[in-house]
Design a protein around this ligand. Structure first.
Ligand code: GLU
Length: 297
């Protein structure tokens, strides 16, 4: 990329747990185009905290596919798996504020605890809100269980966190045609969200806010499927004294039956399109910035 002449920083942050599909290309190209239009920087970040599911082979494919599409990015690339220490520091900070607690529940136990309560509230991803089983364990009980070798995840105490943040939270949402609006953040929709898992010492939510801050990201451009997550990210940024980037949530690509393209829905990968003989220009045409911006909500 040419030298930047503004201080705007954009990033594309795929998880290396599968091959990129057209939806990723769309998001990457939009970030790239916006960075170029702003004379800003374009970063690539590999979100590989889920070390069980992320693979080097997929990471390598991300570099190859983006390069094939004609994008270039700054190096070295930040790989989240190399930064668990930084996420741990953020968690220590939140814990020192008294805003977290260890949770020993398994997914099964949570489902059992809410079983039969058909109107039990769910978070924006569709998971039942944590019913609070471990919220009021005494320190002694917590320590006894940890000493006995039980693994714990870490949850945010949402009620305490909202009190601590102590103010109305919002974010600046940039739309197409330079429209800007303020959106009210609703972190409470996530309940006592998980900040680290039993098997992974950081959650997506904590890693993303720490990285965006450390990398000086000014513009987070990502799919509208993460729109509600931004409310939780704004809360974490506020509690951790991190700057608030501007956000832009773009439309997500859907298949013919209206389902979001995703790795799990076996959306055709960029790799497969390449193997079928599609040229980068053909993919770029299908996802040209004009089209992208016109299709933006
Ligand atoms: N790693 C996330 C994904 O692949 C994107 C996170 C983000 O852009 O904030 O869906």
């Amino acid at each position: 990329m040419t030298r930047s002449f503004t201080n705007r920083v954009f990033r594309f942050a795929p998880s290396s747990n599968g091959y990129l599909h057209l939806g990723h290309a769309y998001s990457a190209m939009m970030n790239y185009a916006l960075a170029q239009a702003a004379g800003g920087r374009f970063l690539l970040r590999i979100e590989d905290i889920d070390i069980e599911r992320c693979r080097l082979e997929f990471e390598q494919a991300i570099y190859e596919d983006l390069d094939w599409l004609g994008l270039s990015w700054e190096t070295p690339v930040r790989r989240q798996s190399e930064h668990f220490q930084e996420y741990a520091s953020a968690l220590v900070k939140l814990s020192a504020l008294g805003l977290t607690y260890p949770c020993f529940c398994s997914r099964r136990e949570i489902l059992d605890a809410v079983a039969g309560q058909t109107d039990w509230p769910r978070d924006p991803d569709g998971s039942p809100l944590y019913p609070g089983v471990c919220r009021h364990l005494s320190q002694e009980q917590q320590q006894r269980r940890i000493a006995a070798g039980e693994h714990a995840s870490l949850r945010i105490d949402m009620e305490a966190a909202l009190v601590k943040a102590g103010r109305h939270l919002d974010w600046r949402e940039m739309g197409p045609d330079s429209q800007v609006r303020d959106v009210a953040a609703e972190p409470s929709l996530w309940g006592d969200a998980m900040l680290s898992r039993k098997d992974i010492p950081a959650s997506y939510h904590i890693a993303v806010v720490v990285d965006d801050a450390l990398q000086g990201v000014t513009d987070v451009v990502r799919g509208e499927d993460l729109f509600m997550a931004t409310g939780l990210h704004r809360l974490l940024q506020t509690l951790l004294d991190l700057p608030a980037p501007s956000y832009r949530h773009h439309a997500v690509l859907r298949d013919a039956s209206g389902r979001k393209l995703s790795k799990s829905s076996r959306a055709k990968s960029i790799r497969a399109l390449r193997e079928e003989g599609l040229s980068p220009a053909a993919v770029r045409d299908r996802l040209s910035p004009d089209l992208i911006f016109a299709g933006d909500p």
